[in-house]
Design a binder for this molecule. Structure first.
Ligand code: KG4
Ligand code: ZN
Length: 344
């Protein structure tokens, strides 16, 4: 792949500043992430103003670092890509403006990339994109998508309220765990009893591919005053099991309904150990191939943005330098899809 074009990608949609350089569609030359978690942790969540200021100071040194690690001069880059949405407006603006400035200065094409398409395709990093049913589970989104080919996506369903990662983070906060709650709940759950509390499995039998997690979070809140501190691991394990049960059941139902042989999972929550474990077991039973990216490609990163950009570049697709960021950018329009109870 020595002669394949190199894409430089910048991701600043939320609280991670990330830069990647990708040769072709599979040779990752550099993928650097400057995490802001420590800065936001005292506030219990992401503070947009703090995030954008941090992107501003971190981006330039991170770019230099990625460039030296990749051994690539800026003039040798074929295109510059950045996340255009969805995300925090003031964060998106920093990465997109920097990418446009670089593209203009270098006289190279600019590519505006959808963050959700980055997550969606991350399980295919370095390999061919194949038809599948994809579960995207992050801090801001929970959705099931039918993927026919690159660019051909159909939204099957999504959360009606909280995203799965948001529920993990809110429950973590209720339990006094540090931000972000997802990895903390996962860790505590490892030694907990998943059957101790029967939390609701909302919309499990709704006959569609939508989700709801806010009622589950409220159930945890109502239970807390009755509990002692020694219950923490059991609450985490029981809560996590309720989330995982619904995610797994709906994903398998979607794969059946769409007659797909491959199931992919992406986004930060796909790092969850119980979700990975249960999906592996159930997909093996159902004779489905399961693709989950390695953990550093699951949480926010620029390699996944570079991967989408490389696909577009190979197809001759570029974006205008006047294209704007969109904090509410969608992957695809919503369509109502029902599946029969017999296919569950
Ligand atoms: O994809 P991501 O890095 O950012 C968004 O696009 O939102 O996902 C971050 C989310 C957070 O809610 C975080 O708590 C969750 O992913 N997360 C986890 C785990 N690791 C990260 N949730 C459950 N278990 C984990 N191990
Ligand atoms: Zn994300």
């Amino acid at each position: 792949m020595q002669g394949a074009p190199v894409v430089l990608a910048i991701e600043t949609s939320c609280d991670e500043t990330a830069v990647a350089m990708l040769r072709g569609t599979g040779e990752l030359l550099a993928s650097e992430v400057a995490s802001q978690i420590a800065l936001h942790r005292p506030h219990g969540g992401v503070v947009p103003e703090v995030a954008s200021r941090q992107h501003l100071t971190q981006l330039r040194p991170l770019l230099d670092f990625a460039r030296s690690r990749a051994g690539i001069e800026l003039r040798d880059i074929a295109a510059v890509a950045a996340t255009a949405g969805p995300g925090l407006a003031t964060s998106l603006m920093i990465g997109a403006s920097a990418a446009k400035g670089l593209a203009l200065g270098l006289g190279k094409p600019f590519l505006a990339i959808n963050h959700l398409e980055g997550h969606l395709l991350s399980p295919f990093f370095g390999r061919e994109i194949e038809p599948c049913v994809a579960l995207i589970v992050s801090g801001g989104h929970t959705m099931l998508v039918e993927l026919a080919a690159f660019g051909a996506y159909r939204l099957l369903g999504q959360t009606r309220d909280d995203a799965a990662g948001e529920a993990f983070d809110k429950v973590g906060k209720l339990l006094g765990l540090p931000y972000p709650g997802g990895p903390e709940v996962d860790r505590a759950a490892r030694t907990g009893d998943r059957a101790r509390y029967g939390f609701p499995r909302s919309m499990m039998h709704s006959g569609d591919f939508h989700f709801s997690f806010s009622g589950l979070k409220t159930s945890v809140r109502y239970l807390l005053p009755q509990l002692g501190l020694d219950c923490l691991n059991d609450v985490c394990a029981s809560f996590q099991e309720a989330v995982v049960d619904v995610l797994v059941a709906k994903t398998i139902a979607a794969a059946r309904a769409c007659q797909k042989k491959i199931v992919t999972v992406s986004g930060g929550v796909s790092c969850n150990s119980r979700l990975r474990e249960k999906l592996q077991v159930v997909c093996a039973e159902e004779r489905l191939e399961l693709l989950i990216a390695e953990p550093k490609l699951c949480t926010d990163n620029a390699a996944m943005i570079a991967f989408v950009a490389a696909q577009k570049l190979a197809r001759g697709e570029f974006s205008s330098l006047s294209s704007d960021i969109d904090p509410n950018l969608r992957l695809v329009a919503e369509t109502a899809i029902q599946y029969s109870r017999a296919s569950k």
